[in-house]
Write a new protein. Structure first.
Length: 152
């Protein structure tokens, strides 16, 4: 039986400064907030709705690290899965801009800031990109910038 060929992955040459795209949306569910917080960030305002309402966050809030993880999942699924990704040297300018509350719908987008071929490794290039998540009101809640190493 012949299997269909896997789609070709995007290489470094396919990226241009100014490229932008939607990475999808995710709804913040109470059970997911509590599960993540229980394992990774067990602060009262993440673990309990009443504690969240009594906090300066104004409601049952997701951990900022949970929000970052949600962006990473959307990035991996909606962009990197179709790219000759070779990793990243790190994240810059990671910012939690507004509390993310149970019931929020977050939408993620990216913008390519710069592209540059590697000066020493001809099998790759670097794509600098900014990422932003907004809530259902269009308010920015999370932002970061990173460099993605992309194969040629």
């Amino acid at each position: 039986m012949n299997e269909p060929a896997a789609p070709a992955l995007r290489g470094f040459e396919s990226f241009r400064e100014g490229d932008a795209g939607d990475l999808g949306s995710v709804v913040i569910e109470a059970g997911d907030v509590v599960a993540f917080a229980s394992d990774w960030d067990p602060q009262p305002f993440h673990l309990d709705a009443e504690a969240g309402r009594a906090s300066p966050l104004g409601g049952h809030a997701a951990s900022g690290w949970h929000t970052a993880s949600l962006l990473m999942r959307l990035l991996a699924t909606r962009l990197l899965a179709g790219v000759k990704s070779m990793g990243s040297p790190g994240v810059r300018d990671l910012k939690w801009l507004k509390p993310v509350l149970v019931g929020d719908t977050l939408t993620a987008r990216y913008t390519v800031l710069a592209v540059r071929p590697s000066a020493t490794r001809h099998d790759r290039g670097y794509v600098d990109a900014a990422f932003e998540m907004t809530n259902q009101a269009g308010e920015p809640v999370f932002a970061m910038a990173t460099t993605i190493i992309v194969g040629r």
